[in-house]
Design a protein around this ligand. Structure first.
Ligand SMILES: Nc1ncnc2c1ncn2[C@@H]1O[C@H](COP(=O)(O)OP(=O)(O)O)[C@@H](O)[C@H]1O
Ligand SMILES: [Mg+2]
Length: 356
């Protein structure tokens, strides 16, 4: 049963998916922020088109809700190509890929979400497809077994992952273009909130939009969801206009605090403080105490807390920083007060997701 979190960066099901699809930028020019990526892509796209070749394979990585799927569709639209989407967990055997790959047209995009969850056998099956646009299929059994070579149309694989560290080196090496998605600055989120309100045809005071963007934890998907909640609140409790009051009240009802943190974020930090004296605490131990999945914490809770410097990663485990204690209105525990560990510094990056 997926947890219902208003600030969850994960999509909350088909209904939300359909809704956010209507707000999804379709072309590069509609994408807000991500200047570096837009530049990289527009050059690569123009060059590939100029040569009449498909685009290089692209790997997009970063926390959920930041626009990886959106970008894959934007790239397809810009290339004027078709797109077929699937995901790592859906591809359990090479046979699952045969139909997909042989049906791709020249220059089409194959989007594989959660590509870090591909099994080793499927992954190896992909190598010649990516490199030489062919697949090797084994037919018959026993002494009759032989491998036939099936040529494919040249295509572009776009892989998306929240855990680049989980990708095998040979797979990673077969991508030509890489991009790491960072959390969005507030100005970009404000723009996304404004655009969403406009597309939803709801009047919004600038102050209400800044309340929302400030609490969107750097994540467009959260930003759009909050705009939607405030709109509903304004419609039911007010005159339909999104005001600052409506924004504050709607978000208070959802227990989203000034920093955009919700109950699970606070519980995560409190557990490290109360049970583990501020840390370092192993993520498995914290997950067990909270009765949560390690993956939920690593993918959906931690990244933003690391980013704002409320949580730090050390070799020994997670720590809570004095800034977090201050936010929670607590006295800093001894470990947090030493200030020895740097939160989300370069050292934390080194560990990536691999030390989970
Ligand atoms: N750069 C952006 N500009 C405008 N809206 C965005 C941007 N990135 C994401 N969004 C919005 O956020 C939603 C979630 O993005 P999505 O691509 O599904 O994230 P991911 O695949 O990384 O989890 C999209 O439906 C889209 O409406
Ligand atoms: Mg996605």
């Amino acid at each position: 049963m997926p947890r219902e979190r208003i600030v969850s960066p994960e999509s909350q099901g088909p209904q939300e998916e359909a809704f956010s699809l209507s707000l999804r930028p379709r072309r590069l020019a509609e994408v807000i922020g991500q200047k570096g990526l837009r530049e990289k892509l527009s050059i690569a796209i123009a060059a590939a088109k100029g040569r009449g070749e498909p685009l290089e394979h692209i790997l997009l990585h970063g926390p959920p809700g930041l626009g990886k799927t959106t970008m894959a569709h934007v790239v397809a639209a810009e290339m004027g190509a078709g797109i077929k989407t699937t995901s790592g967990p859906a591809l359990t055997r090479p046979a699952d890929l045969v139909g997909i790959l042989t049906n791709l047209g020249r220059g089409d995009i194959l989007f594989i979400d959660e590509i870090h969850r591909l099994g080793a056998v499927v992954e190896e099956f992909l190598y010649p497809a990516m490199e030489e646009f062919r697949i090797d299929i084994t037919v018959d059994r026993g002494s009759f077994a032989r491998t036939i070579n099936v040529p494919l149309q040249p295509f572009t694989l776009i892989g998306a992952t929240t855990r680049a560290g989980f990708l095998s080196a040979p797979l990673r090496e077969r991508f030509g273009l890489f991009h790491h998605f960072e959390f969005y600055p507030e100005a970009d989120l404000l723009e996304i909130a404004r655009r969403s309100a406009k597309l939803l045809e709801v009047q919004a005071e600038p102050a209400s939009l800044s309340e929302v963007s400030r609490r969107s934890r750097g994540t467009p998907r959260v930003c759009i969801r909050l705009v939607r909640r405030v709109r509903d609140y304004a419609q039911v409790k007010g005159d339909g206009r999104m005001t600052r009051e409506a924004a504050r009240e709607a978000l208070r009802m959802e227990a989203v605090d000034d920093a955009g943190l919700d109950e699970l974020d606070r519980k995560f930090m409190r557990t490290i403080i109360d049970v583990y004296k501020g840390g370092p605490a192993g993520i498995e131990a914290v997950a067990a105490t909270l009765n949560e999945e390690v993956d939920t914490l690593v993918d959906m809770v931690e990244p933003y807390l690391l980013k704002i410097g409320y949580v730090g990663r050390t070799r020994q485990g997670r720590i809570v920083t004095p800034a977090a204690c201050k936010h929670l209105g607590l006295k800093a525990p001894p470990a947090a007060r030493t200030g020895k560990q740097s939160a989300a510094g370069p050292e934390a990056d080194l560990f990536d997701a691999r030390d989970v």
